[in-house]
Design a protein around this ligand. Sequence first.
Ligand code: FAD
Length: 514
Amino acid sequence: MHKSDILIIGSGIAGLSFALHIAKERPDLSICILAKADKAESNTRYAQGGIAVVLNKLTDSFQQHIDDTLKAGGGLCNKSVVEMVVKKAPERLKELIEWGVEFDKKENGKFSAGLEGGHSQARILHHQDTTGLEIEKKLLLYSRQFPNVKIFQHHFALDLITDTNHSVCYGATVLNQKDHTIDIFTSRVTILATGGSGQVYKTTTNPTVSTGDGVAMAYRANVAIENMQFIQFHPTAFYQKGQSPSFLISEAVRGFGATLVNKKGQRFLFDYDTRGELATRDIISEAIYTELKKSGEEHVFMDCRHLDLTNFKTHFPNIYSYCLKVGIDISNDWIPVAPAAHYQCGGIAVNKKAQTSIPNLYACGECSCSGLHGSNRLASNSLLEAVVFANEAGLHVLQTIDTFEQPTNFEIESVREQTVDSKRINEIKNEIQTLMIQKAGIVKIQTNLQEARQRLIKIENIIFSEFKGNAPHTDLWELKNLLAVAKLIVSQSLQYITKKETLTKHNKQLYHSL
Ligand SMILES: Cc1cc2nc3c(=O)[nH]c(=O)nc-3n(C[C@H](O)[C@H](O)[C@H](O)COP(=O)(O)OP(=O)(O)OC[C@H]3O[C@@H](n4cnc5c(N)ncnc54)[C@H](O)[C@@H]3O)c2cc1C
């Protein structure tokens, strides 16, 4: 059994920045971070565009960033959370820089800020087009300065340990993927920072680790989960048939002037929104979806041929070289692009201190639902949300940790990981992913969702009967987690549609009675 004061599940931007806050202030507290793969593997490391921060008060303002976020979120954001996150952004940026993260600057020494869809001003700070990799690397490096932070790579958290009423969290059961043993990690405070769930869908920009484990674990522990119906599809994932995850062509490329065209070379986005290529992701993804339905094609194209090539290579060296590697010379060729599942806007419900419905269980980053994003996240607000909420959680934990006791010894049966039929698990996973893209993807309609719900129940029975009694195994657990998340997406989508219909009916009645 491992004991620590603080157990953090996840080593992306949310988990690491939370750890650094505590480690600096309280060297006496032991902090244990779990990562289910290599410690750097996460959604964070693939983030390209950057982090949204208002810095230039002459051309921009907090209010504009707040308004952009609220507008992107379709009226469903929590306004006071939006205000908090936007206003705290400069402080958190300063801290990231103190921790070693470098952001691109112009020749005059000022930060180079990019423009992205849904933003009324250029306010995206970036490190070329590999901002996430820079953040992940530097936070991992900085964390090595703190002897009280210990990272356990290849340690897969299976389930939270709570009391029978789910009112206290004592830590988690964990599978050591190297020696195949299962152990208990106890803690006074536990943080879920497990990232997203893009792998629920057949086409996604998310790496294979993003299987929604945190949401599934929390759900099994009776913790409140919200807004899972709002899965954001990124409109411009590089289209390669059968390739998953898909390589992302950042939002910032459209901010830089790239256009989207159909196979006849016609731009079509202005038919859907006056902002054209700079509309928000939900609008562009739905527009592409509609165009593809009409044409029967599988992708549209991004045209970068008119852009300054030298400048493009300076800003987007990673995207430029990826395209070249797969035979696309962006100065001559169009890039094939299509929407792919990208970001989980909902998740584990948290308050402004990142507390879940269990007081000593926190959640931050993509696995959480803070109220910032509403129905659609504004580009580059996600890294920002993670650092702001990690800091808020850190402050709260520093105030309260001494009131939480270390749980007393637990006994667990000695269980080892058991081999599974991974081919069969893959088949079932494939079925869930295909079902979700077809029936609960960009456009969600009631009949499709009902069909998905029926099929998911059948799949659940299949898993239960085929793997009954099987000891935990990473592949099997991820499959169970994907299924749980898929069911949440479908059921919360159905509830949302019904609620919307009731509201519309109610509004109509109100209107008629006026
Ligand atoms: C291609 C791409 C580009 C993006 N670009 C941007 C951008 O430009 N700007 C922006 O703001 N956002 C961007 N995003 C979104 C952003 O990167 C993520 O939302 C953010 O990095 C999530 O951080 P996180 O710390 O919450 O989770 P992650 O970075 O995903 O980290 C999750 C961690 O949890 C661990 N974990 C998961 N399950 C378990 C388990 N069962 N046991 C143990 N450990 C577990 C993983 O190993 C990992 O360490 C992008 C995302 C992608 C995929």
